[in-house]
Design a protein around this ligand. Sequence first.
Ligand code: FO1
Length: 319
Amino acid sequence: MMTQPNLHRASSLVNRHIVAFAGGVGGAKLAQGLAHILSPDELTIIVNTGDDFEHLGLYICPDLDTVCYTLAGLANPETGWGRMNETWNTIENVEGLGGPAWFRLGDQDIATHLERTRRLREGQSLSQITKDFCSSWGIQHTILPMSDKPVRTMVDTDEGELAFQEYFVHRHCEPIVKGFRFDGVEGAEPTPGAKEALDKADAIIVCPSNPWVSVDPILKVIRKIDKPVVAVSPIIGGKTVKGPAAKMFNELGIEPSALAVAEHYRNILTGFVLDNADSYLEDDVKKLDVQTLVTDTLMNHLTDRTRLAKDVLHFIGSL
Ligand code: FO1
């Protein structure tokens, strides 16, 4: 039976398939905007797992949970991570017993880590667990860990090598960054679903996540990319909206800017999205043989997220 073409997509009657690479809070916001526009069979979100770690005996996947909670409308609107309307009884009692409380695990959030850890111990794969959790949370779009094998981002600093959450949360990103290592990335195959989604993708969108610790692990696992790639700069006016990406650029001896991000991705980029505040960098980005879109990339509310998603999809249609 011929399905009635969706007229508002007259520009591309054939279904389009987008794969989005997302990491933490910034990436999750654009992923949410894309999920509001694209149907589940048009969008697959591949998420960084380099931030995962074991803590209090629980297997914790911060970026997977941030993307899932955001798409489910469950995310804490202030922090972007963890759950809204959260309570902290458990972690406060852990602290009262002398346990570590530096990584703030809310009572609702702990259920996610308990059940994920239980299922992993039973031998279920991370992608299967994520699929089941998404249906429990009412998420129809496919959210995939980049790999079912563990990958651990290690941050080399002036104080030696630190595990990612140790650097990011416990040490508040203070140590001076000298480099990164993605432990386990050599043996980590992309999840089966990720390979399929990439094969049928018309284009890949790199969401505005930290290039060093949220996107690079995904690129290292996916390895070969032979589709058009559009990246949205996570740096606006030389600064990040949230997180240490600009500080990392600085400490690695690179002037933080949208141009520096475009140069970071230059081997895979087809198009690059800069904020209006960085329009003066547009010609320099074009010199990288990359097409550009200048627009408002700040995403405070869902309306901003869907607007930016629309802009990016329209930009892809023009490539
Ligand atoms: N980030 C913090 O800065 N402090 C925290 O206490 C914290 C707890 C936390 C708990 C669950 C979770 O899914 C994320 C959490 N994050 C916290 C954020 C997390 O460290 C980062 O979102 C990612 O690892 C990098 O984007």
